[in-house]
Ligand binder design. Structure first.
Ligand code: SAH
Length: 502
């Protein structure tokens, strides 16, 4: 304790002299074009910072002399010693140097490369605390952006009820899909695959990821070894040369079936038969080996051309007793256990009796649609990716579900047309990508006047924005359930129940 106090005092005085010295230097020595930002701290200052919150990215929000500093790895309630890395007018970024007072929620990250990777943002935070924070993050967005009134704890008479975040009993090894970039090691040029070092495009070779199903880790290790054995070249972002860009793999948690996708820079895959033979020999559960061609200079992983090298063009998996065919390019939720929780909540909120007509917008391969179809009169799904709609149709058939139909196209175009064709939904379910619903779709929902809207969202900010629009158009938000689909990351998914109030 003595020591800590001592350090803190030192840090405090350090800060003052650094700050002043830094400013003088800037003023005297630098060219006038290099403006000094008028902030109470300067780059390279070492400061004591009190952490008062977390950003939506999971960075600690700190205050030093009334100035805001974002510090990755710091938790609310902590006091840290940090080095200022970047200074802007209203806020800056600093690097955590030392914990002066640690939060009771702090834990030791399980993963050895947590600091370098950036795939997880909250491995230093106790899981229960993470779940609380995720709920609070949703509440904050609804209040600040959506201008909505949230009921206090235990209060039921007025305000929106936001339930506790639905968490996992075992929040590890939950992902069914891995996609890893492939590169050449700086030293001997050997094929490496793993992740991009935080904030860069340097690939760090890695064989294990604790949030992946261990079969996915195994597939990546094996594919990498085969690539090395066959002398395959890795794609180089700078030169545009080299063949193998990404390895993607998806494992059916219930079925055990595996798909392997090789994303290549060019159509030609030399030794394709050897690739297939070796993958099959090492991994008998593989049902589908696919090549995707991406020759563009882009960090988008997939190109437009996909072809089956061996086996089926899909793998099958099951969610709550419904079977799904999943092709390489289709969206399929990555955490199957929590997906079932999410979809069940969505179906609950739809309050179906068997007669209702339901629209599922942004339906992907028809997952939510088929959950709904078991309890509704009729379900109409719409989705922009044509391959996903093919999967959705096949999935309905596969499960003998005859009351669901699907159409490919933008939801904001297809649904207004359905309206003209006389489709009158009792419930509309939306599950848009991060940017939220298209305004034209929200407008159509207001015109269609369904009894209920169920909004599934992976982004609390756009969710809050869209709920505001729907509220202004005569809907009332009743309940919200956050679901932890991505433990140890800062992401949070929510399901919202709205009802027509006019
Ligand atoms: N409900 C599905 C998919 C959710 S992800 C599930 O849970 O599996 C969001 C989906 O919206 C993706 O499949 C994406 O392709 C699709 N999408 C994106 N923009 C769209 C648009 N304008 N109209 C319809 N679908 C869209």
């Amino acid at each position: 304790m003595m020591n800590r106090n001592h350090t803190r005092n030192n840090a405090g005085s350090n800060r003052k002299s650094h700050t002043q010295g830094g400013r003088k230097n800037e003023g005297a020595g630098r060219a006038s074009s290099q403006a000094v930002v008028d902030a109470p701290v300067q780059k390279n200052d070492e400061v004591v910072v009190d952490i008062i919150g977390l950003t939506h990215d999971g960075e600690g929000v700190g205050r030093a002399d009334g100035y805001t500093l974002f510090i990755q790895g710091a938790l609310p309630g902590e006091r840290v010693w940090a080095k200022v890395m970047k200074v802007k007018k209203a806020y800056g970024y600093a690097r955590l140097q030392e914990l002066l007072e640690a939060s009771a929620d702090r834990i030791v990250p399980v993963c050895g490369i947590y600091d370098k990777c950036g795939g997880c943002q909250l491995q230093h935070m106790d899981y229960a605390a993470q779940l609380n924070w995720k709920r609070q993050h949703v509440v904050d967005a609804l209040e600040r952006i959506g201008k909505l009134r949230i009921a206090g704890e235990g209060e039921t008479s007025s305000g929106i009820i936001v339930h506790p975040t639905v968490g996992m009993n075992d929040p590890w090894r939950y992902r069914n899909k891995a996609q890893v970039p492939v590169g050449a090691s700086a030293g001997d040029g050997e094929l490496v695959a793993g992740f991009y070092a935080k904030g860069s495009h340097r690939i760090i070779d890695t064989d294990e990821c604790h949030i992946q199903h261990d079969r996915n880790d195994e597939v990546v290790r094996i594919v990498k070894a085969i690539g090395r054995e066959l002398g395959v070249s890795a794609y180089n972002e700078e030169t545009g040369q080299g063949l193998l860009r990404h390895v993607m793999t998806r494992t059916g948690f219930v079925s055990g079936e595996i798909m392997v996708v090789l994303v290549t820079n060019g159509r030609k895959l030399p030794q394709a038969e050897k690739w297939v033979g070796r993958i099959r020999a090492a991994l008998p559960e593989v049902k589908s080996i696919v090549q995707n061609v991406n020759t563009r200079d882009t960090n988008v992983i997939f190109g437009d051309e996909t072809r089956v090298l061996w086996g089926s063009e899909v793998i099958y998996d099951e969610l709550d007793g419904i079977r799904f065919a999943i092709s390489a390019r289709s969206f399929y939720q990555v955490n199957p256990a929590q997906t079932v929780e999410l979809y069940r909540t969505a179906v609950d909120y739809a309050q179906l009796t068997g007669k209702e007509s339901v629209i599922d917008a942004y339906c992907g391969i028809g997952t939510i649609s088929l959950f709904l179809a078991r309890k509704a009169g009729r379900v109409y799904g719409v989705e922009i990716v044509p391959e996903a709609i093919e999967d959705a149709k096949r999935n309905a058939e596969l499960n003998g579900i005859g009351n669901a139909s699907f159409e490919a196209g933008p939801a904001e175009v297809v649904i207004p047309r359905w309206r003209e064709e006389g489709i009158i939904p009792d419930v509309i379910v939306v599950d848009p990508p991060r940017k939220g619903c298209d305004p034209a779709l929200l407008d159509t929902i207001l015109k269609m006047q369904p009894e209920r809207v169920v909004y599934v969202s992976c982004n609390p900010s756009t969710l809050a924005r869209d709920l505001r629009t729907l509220e202004d158009g005569g809907y009332k938000t009743v309940e919200v359930t956050p679901v932890d689909m991505f433990p140890w990351t800062s992401h949070v998914e929510s399901v919202v129940w709205m009802k027509r109030s006019m």
